[in-house]
Design a binder for this molecule. Sequence first.
Ligand SMILES: Cc1cc2nc3c(=O)[nH]c(=O)nc-3n(C[C@H](O)[C@H](O)[C@H](O)COP(=O)(O)OP(=O)(O)OC[C@H]3O[C@@H](n4cnc5c(N)ncnc54)[C@H](O)[C@@H]3O)c2cc1C
Length: 378
Amino acid sequence: MEFKLTKEQALIQKMVREFSEKKIEPIAELIDQTNQVPEEIFKGMAELDIFGLPFKEAYGGANAGYDSYVLAMEQIGRASAGPAMTVSAHSLALGAIDKFGDEEQKRKWMPSACKGKSIAAFAFTEPGTGSDPVQITTTAVKDGDHYVLNGTKRFISNAAYPGPIVVFAKDNESGRPTGFIIDKLCEGYSVSKPWDKIGLHGGSLLDVYLNEVKVPKENVLGKVGQGYPILQFGISFGKIGVSSVSLGGILAAYEESVKYAKEKKHRGEPIAKFQAIQLRIADIAAKYEASRWLTYRLGCLGNEPGNPMLFAKEAALTKTFVCDTAVDVARIAVDIHGSYGLMNDYKVSRLYRDAIMGPQIEGVSDMQKIITAGVILS
Ligand SMILES: Cc1cc2nc3c(=O)[nH]c(=O)nc-3n(C[C@H](O)[C@H](O)[C@H](O)COP(=O)(O)OP(=O)(O)OC[C@H]3O[C@@H](n4cnc5c(N)ncnc54)[C@H](O)[C@@H]3O)c2cc1C
């Protein structure tokens, strides 16, 4: 057991922390207010290989593994959740292509996305369900050497950026969900205006409309009718990203609380002298450490996931713990700030709005617990 970063991991963590502090943090409020991430931030992240961090060099990646990905994402998430969510959703989609795509698909779709020249997306959720693959209604009808897709996908991150999107549809051959790789913005593909969500601003979220979209059969991801394992295993890798983004939020709330406790004065002395504040700081510190080691461990497991079911369990329990803890920590941070914590002028109010999104995305917390218990009790 080794609880120490390697030289390479420490270097990546430091580089991304410096970039995030210099380039992202100063405009975090702007990202929150405008719900947009400026192009320079994407360029800067691309220069640091963030878009391809865990993927193989042969496909344009940096080959740094999911362990380094977690370290980088924590630092971006600490500065602003929007750019971090963009990378997380992108890496979820690329991870599915990496794990289930054939050689030709990987060579076609991954290099430009790994270099940040295009941004990938992953579309499972529909107006009727975000948790149950049996209920998806998007259809794929085989027509000669291609499929024709029709349907609506709801709450899709990165849906309007050029690049590949992995879409799940029920095909008419197997009657089960199948994964397809589609070039976004192709004929028949359109998007809604962005959803006006309460947090994670800068992470773009739109509905996708598929109207008679013709997809060559070569774009089937994995096998026809095998969308469910792709979803389950693919989303497990996505949970590495979401956990890391929430971890970054926990770190930011922790740091902000310590700073405020030392700055805010009562009768000439900082509120840090109150035991009630000290107890809250200790609580946040413990929650950060527990979340950190769980997330770092999940990153390491992502490099060698082994049995998909066991990995799915570890990803589910980590995602639930860290995202739920992020909500607790953000709430405690607001408490430490008193009424100031409820004002939009104070950073913790943004951290709270961001934190409460985590438990609902990439599988709600209850579903994660059901996955975890299902594997333990099988
Ligand atoms: C910021 C953001 C980004 C997102 N990005 C993407 C994306 O890129 N791609 C994508 O496909 N989706 C994305 N989503 C959608 C998200 O993953 C889903 O909304 C989420 O999985 C929950 O689905 P739902 O909202 O339909 O809830 P539902 O599935 O309708 O669940 C509603 C409630 O019912 C409970 N429930 C549901 N089924 C069961 C069950 N079997 N047993 C017990 N309880 C149950 C749930 O716990 C929950 O409390 C995003 C959402 C957000 C907010």
